[in-house]
Design a binder for this molecule. Structure first.
Ligand code: ATP
Ligand code: MG
Length: 281
C-alpha cells in the first residue's frame, strides 16, 4: 500500500472499478481501449483562463488562457523555464494556482480536484520508478487500483505491449535504462484510460525508434477519443502530433494556433524556426 501511496499521491483513485464499462478492442491492432470514462462529459476538455502562478516574488505563469477540445492533442512549447511544467502540474491538481480558473471536463481544479483526479493521468517530467519490483509487477499494482481483476490482467498485457519491453518486463526496474523507465511510465499513464492524459515531455530520452512508436500511440489514443496535453522540446514531434500549439515564453503565451498557422504567421518554414523567431525577438 505504501508503494501505491508514494507513487500516486494526490492522483490515487482508490478502489475505483470500471467493470462492465470497458469495451475492449485488441491492443495488437488498436491498443486504445474505449471506455465510458473517456466518452462522458462536455466537448471542451480543458479551460484555462487568466492563470497565474507565483513562487514568492517570481511569476512563473503570467495570466495565460487556452482551451482544449475533447480528442485534441494540444502542445505546450517554449524555452527552459517558460512555465510549461508549472502549467501542467496545475492542470493535474498537484499545484494550486495563485489566481485564475482551470476546468477539466467542466470540473474546477480547486473545488472538484477529486473528480479531476479520477479522469486524468499525469506523466511527470522526471517520473521515477521502483527499483526492486519488475515492470510487470509495477503495472499490475497500478492496474489493480483501476480495474477489476479480469480487466486488470488484460490491461497489464496491453500496457506491456505498448511499453515494447518484451521479456525485460520481468526484470527489476533498477536494471532499466532511462528510456525503458520512460516507456514503462507512458504505458502506466495510458493503461488507465484517462479522459485527459497530461504528458510532460513524453518522449524525452527515448531513442528515435521508440520515440516514434510512442508518438503513434499518443496519436491513436486521441483518435480514439482521449484528450492529450503535452509539452515537448521536439518541434518535429509537436508538428506531427498536435492539432494546436501554445508557445510559452517567460510565463506568457506568445502565440497559439495550429502548427501550420503559426508557421504562416511567423513566416517560418518549420516550427523550430518559428520558435527561434519568437524567443529571439
Ligand atoms: N517550486 C518552485 N519554486 C520556485 N520556482 C519554481 C518552482 N517550480 C518552478 N519554478 C520556476 O518557474 C519557472 C518555470 O518553470 P517550469 O518548470 O514550469 O519551466 P518549463 O517550461 O517546464 O521548463 P523546461 O523546459 O526546462 O522543463 C522557472 O523559472 C522555475 O525555476
Ligand atoms: Mg518542464
Amino acid at each position: 500500500m505504501f508503494l501505491i501511496l508514494k507513487d500516486y499521491g494526490l492522483n490515487a483513485p482508490f478502489n475505483r472499478k470500471y467493470s462492465n464499462k470497458l469495451l475492449y478492442g485488441s491492443f495488437k491492432t488498436d491498443f486504445c481501449l474505449v471506455t465510458e470514462r473517456m466518452e462522458e462529459g462536455s466537448e471542451t476538455a480543458v479551460v484555462v483562463k487568466n492563470l497565474v502562478k507565483r513562487f514568492g516574488a517570481f511569476t512563473a505563469v503570467d495570466g495565460i488562457s487556452f482551451e482544449i477540445n475533447k480528442g485534441e492533442v494540444f502542445g505546450l512549447i517554449g524555452p527552459n523555464g517558460a512555465g510549461k511544467t508549472t502549467t501542467l502540474r496545475i492542470i493535474s491538481t498537484l499545484l494550486p494556482p495563485t489566481s485564475g480558473e482551470v476546468r477539466v471536463f467542466g470540473n474546477d481544479i480547486l473545488r472538484d480536484a477529486d473528480k479531476i483526479r479520477r479522469i486524468i493521468s499525469y506523466l511527470a517530467e522526471e517520473a521515477g520508478t521502483y527499483r526492486n519490483i519488475s515492470g510487470k509487477e509495477y503495472l499490475s499494482i497500478i492496474a489493480r487500483i483501476y480495474f477489476d481483476s479480469e480487466e486488470a490482467s488484460k490491461a497489464v498485457e496491453e500496457a506491456i505491449e505498448f511499453s515494447g519491453l518484451g521479456d525485460r518486463i520481468n526484470d527489476k526496474m533498477k536494471t532499466y535504462s532511462k528510456g525503458m523507465k520512460r516507456r514503462i511510465q507512458i504505458a502506466r499513464v495510458l493503461m488507465t484510460k484517462p479522459k485527459l492524459a497530461i504528458l510532460d515531455e513524453p518522449t524525452a530520452g527515448l531513442d528515435v525508434f521508440h520515440a516514434q512508436y510512442i508518438r503513434n500511440i499518443i496519436k491513436k489514443y486521441a483518435e480514439n477519443g482521449g484528450t492529450v496535453i503535452l509539452s515537448s522540446h521536439n518541434m518535429l514531434e509537436v508538428e506531427y502530433l498536435c492539432s494546436r500549439v501554445a508557445l510559452m515564453h517567460q510565463g506568457h503565451i506568445v502565440i497559439q494556433d495550429k502548427p501550420q498557422a503559426i508557421k504562416n504567421r511567423l513566416n517560418a518554414s518549420n516550427l523550430e524556426e518559428a520558435f527561434v523567431k519568437v524567443v529571439a525577438s
